[in-house]
Write a protein of this length. Sequence first.
Length: 134
Amino acid sequence: PTEAQQLRRYLEDMGQARVHPNSLAATGPHDVYVMQAVENQTGLAGGGSVAEGQVLHYGETGRGYVTSGNEWRRLLFREYGIKAEVQFIRTLEGKAAARQAETALIKHFERAVGVRPGFRDAAGNWVTIQKTHH
C-alpha cells in the first residue's frame, strides 16, 4: 500500500477517518429545498417566461439551504435571467436520506408534469434546469 493508503487505514482504525461532505456516507443535518420563480417573468433567455411560484430546481445540501439557495439564485439569474427564491422543505439526518427525498421530489414532479423542473422558451421548447436525476 502507498503511504496515503497506510495513513487512511491508520485513521480508520483510530475511528478518525473523514468522510467527504459530498459522499452519501456523510452524516449530520442535510436540508432539502426548492428554487421557485418569485414573480411572473417574461423576456427570459430565448424569450421564455416563468410563472410566480414555478418550480425550477430541487436540491439537498449539508451546507444549509440558504447558502445553496443563494448560489442557485445567482446562477438562475446569470444563466437564464430568472429571479428566484429558495424555499426550505425539510432537514434530514445524513446525505443519503436527503438525496432520497430530493430524488422523490424530482420524480414526483416529472410524473405530474412530464418533464424535470425548468421553463419554456419562446419557441415552446422545454429548457430543463434540473440536471440531476439520481
